[in-house]
Design a binder for this molecule. Sequence first.
Ligand code: P61
Length: 463
Amino acid sequence: MNTTQHEHHSWAEPYKIKMVELLRMTTREERLAAIREAGYNTFLTRSRDVYIDLLTDSGTSAMSDRQWAGMMRGDEAYSGSENFYHLESAVREYYGYRHVVPTHQGRGAENLMSKILIREGDYVPGNMYFTTTRLHQEMAGGTFVDVIVDEAHDPQDRFPFKGNVDLDKLDELVREVGADRVPYISLEGNVNMAGGQPFSMANLRLLRGYCDKHGIPIILDATRTVENSWFIREREDGYSSTPLRAILREICDMTDGCTMSAKKDALVNIGGFFACNDGDVFLKAKNLAVVYEGLHTYGGLAGRDMEAMAQGIRESVTEEHMAARIGQVRYLGRKLEAAGVPIVEPIGSHAIFIDARRFLPHIDQEQYPAQSLAAELFIESGIRSMERGNVSAGRDPVTGRNRQPKLELVRLTIPRRVYTQAHMDVVAEAVIDLYRRREEIRGLKMVYEPEYLRFFQARFEPL
Ligand code: P61
């Protein structure tokens, strides 16, 4: 696939910069004061105190001039906005589902889907949990069951499709509780919590066969499925010359519906959707949307947001965009690998995940090594990252204990089209410096723990 101008092996940004946002540098003292104020939680720091913001790739993309032009064409009618129809046709064209309900963001779609499909006492299998997805499943009366392959839980395993579903684990669940207690399987593209790891088309085909036999729908979390499509092309037999958009369609065509946070792949600052093929499910989603989101032709968004999303979807499946996206993440990852910094392998699509267990082996998991590493990186450099470990995983609702996941990670998440290669160099240097003085880093204790999605608002103190 020709994704560069002259068949070079290196990647370059397929755009030039028209407007810039100035960054603010701070002193170590200022950052120390800021992180104390934030209870050692990067989610609670202020953006103005951040130098390079790798907290998330969610809603942090730079929009294109075409997307901004689309914003000016917002049809802000309460119902039947023209922009809704543009969005609907983009979703139909690229994702292939018949019915679309816009939502304010991904979790809005998860709420609708969970309320429609899950009954009290159901079990929802999935290829690893995602925080908001699992919470909505639980709040609808379901229990999440992890059916991802074992390789996904080992940061050093280089299996190319760590997002695959383990069909034996799925079958074990179905035999145990009965297929009628399994309302759907929740299948995430490029599994976020595993390090941005893809499933293969072959695995999805087997899953489809299994689900057809047992009458279980597959609901895709499409948030980063264009990125998953890239890896299928790169790693799976038979796809090396298939266009990304065709791979994306093939994935969606094998599923029954999707939830989408358009703040990732689709290059917008806000927005999402629920999509499906079943007419009855669509009617229910449309109706519930008016309770939680807004009328089904705006779903909590402005017309202009839907226009930007329609255009963002088109740009997201272009070869040159994704080549630069993956290229930039790998560039950073390889620098860290070369310096011996322990990271999740293989390098995923949206972030580099530092393995805090191996980075800080002297800190017990109950003293939140990943949380303290994220805080320390901020103090060191003003780079903002995110904990993805014991804090994020939360407590088991039955035992009340910390779930203590196998993966104890710090995520350096790369926003789309925002930072340059020189920024990646600075990030690598900061992480490597910190790695050299890792023995000095101490653990944390949690001093405030909110009831839901605690990682967002929890507060800590150094031990
Ligand atoms: C992120 F720390 N992700 O990665 P919403 N599915 C998937 C997501 O990655 C996702 C949503 C659904 C975020 C934002 C975020 O624990 C956290 O549009 C695969 O954010 O509602 C969001 O989409 C939800 C960060 C969400 C978190 C939850 O940074």
